[in-house]
Design a protein. Structure first.
Length: 428
């Protein structure tokens, strides 16, 4: 066979390969765009993208990086690597990924070029160095939203300029698919949040209309009796009715205070300001205003707290937590019962210290169903041992405020024997 014929066959073979590559790329672009409409979430989409790229080139070490411009961080929602199990979010720095995102251009980088970029101060070494690294930007309408990266730690010839062209060809439809799925998930999340908010509002208004009515009825009823029948009442009756009005007013004040706090918290108007707090002093100060109910029910109330114990939390929030926990314990403890407040340090495996605030009572206990409702943040109301009313917002605030301060709420209870609420908070 003559050399000319051999050359023609080689050229023809090359053309056929190119056509097949072009067909594969077109098919993958179509499949990725279709997957954006059919997969359930971003995780499934990322996995599909990885499998699709694997049909075009080696992709054993592959990741998708997304750039959060507002917080100036990079997240790695999909990360497959020979040496690293996962990649946590990082501040936007000077790695190769940031280099591609900043320039908005693809980069095929071997060790030699890597060293040159480091020497020029354009990048910094991050993680294990690859023999060859290939990254292309993910862009939407000229804005870079992240990067698509493949790399090889052993063979620098596994990725070439041709592989860069292939990734560039599919990067735009991949960007569109990712952005579409992100918007879809954000919309679903918003819809769910609005639905939850509406359910919460419905529950709140139901509780308010029911539970706030009781103290108002007492105020109106007994004040009307005092106004219209004062001259016919004995001194003991007057004192009794005034006491009912006082207790109803105090109960109503507590309900409205919780309602205002809940409203401010839900609308983001409570500023979170954690500081170092002497928890013993805070407990003593917080429980002073509850002494009326404690004395009235002849509760044996004790505080066992080391004066040198500190937490790191928002003081107003934790003040509300303590007041609501103690108020709740008194509410569900019968006459002559006991309520004890104590604290203890917990030494964690990671060398940090947590502080447990324990409010224990000898009350009527809590059912398993209601314990689950409390821990889930559901709103419900139950009258106390002397028909004390509430909106149920106190327990919701306890749960919300503890979690906002990086803590945890635990409940231990036994019917007709008592309950222990344990607020675990960061030590200081």
């Amino acid at each position: 066979m003559k050399n000319g014929n051999i050359s023609s066959i080689i050229v023809a073979g090359h053309d056929i390969t190119e056509k097949k590559n072009e067909e594969n790329i077109k098919n993958i672009i179509s499949q990725v765009l279709q997957a954006a409409n059919t997969v359930r979430n971003l995780d499934e989409l990322f996995n599909f993208i990885h499998k699709s790229i694997s049909e075009l080139m080696l992709a054993e070490n592959f990741y998708i990086a997304l750039y959060d411009k507002e917080n100036n961080i990079i997240t790695f929602p999909y990360f497959i690597d020979k040496y690293d199990a996962d990649a946590p979010p990082i501040k936007f720095g000077k790695g190769l990924t940031e280099y591609v995102i900043s320039n908005g251009k693809s980069a095929l980088v071997d060790k030699e070029l890597d060293g040159e970029l480091v020497a020029r101060g354009e990048i910094e070494l991050v993680g294990p160095q690859s023999e060859i690294w290939l990254g292309v930007p993910l862009q939407i309408e000229g804005n870079t939203i992240g990067a698509l990266v493949v790399q090889d730690y052993e063979d620098k010839f596994n990725y070439t300029a041709r592989h860069k062209e292939i990734l560039e060809a599919i990067s735009h439809p991949i960007s569109m698919a990712i952005e579409r799925k992100k918007v879809e998930q954000e919309r679903e999340k918003l819809i769910k949040n609005l639905r939850d908010l509406n359910q919460s509002k419905d529950k709140l208004f139901s509780l308010i209309s029911h539970d706030l009515r009781s103290p108002f009825n007492s105020l109106l009823g007994f004040s009307e009796i005092l106004t219209t029948e004062y001259d016919q009442l004995t001194d003991d009756e007057i004192k009794e009715y005034l006491n009912v009005i006082y207790e109803s007013s105090k109960n109503l004040y507590g309900m409205t205070s919780n309602l205002l706090q809940y409203s401010r918290f839900q609308t983001g108007r409570i500023e979170f300001k954690p500081v170092r707090i002497n928890i013993s002093k805070l407990i003593k100060n917080s429980t002073k205003m509850l002494s009326g109910n404690i004395v009235k029910k002849e509760i044996d109330f004790k505080i066992n707290a080391d004066n040198d114990t500190f937490i790191y939390a928002d003081e107003d929030m934790i003040n509300s937590v303590i007041q609501n926990l103690v108020s709740n314990a008194v509410k569900f403890t019968p006459q002559n019962g006991e309520v004890n407040v104590s604290i203890q340090n917990i030494y964690n495996d990671d060398n940090t210290v947590s502080v447990e605030i324990i409010v224990a009572d000898t009350g009527i206990g809590i059912s398993d169903d209601n314990m689950n409702k409390i821990l889930k943040g559901e709103m419900f109301s139950t009258p106390g041992t002397e028909r004390e009313y509430g909106t149920g917002l106190g327990m919701v605030l306890i749960n919300e405020f503890i979690h906002r301060n990086g803590g945890e709420l635990k409940i231990e209870s036994e019917k007709n024997k008592g309950t222990r609420f344990i607020a675990v908070l960061p030590g200081a």
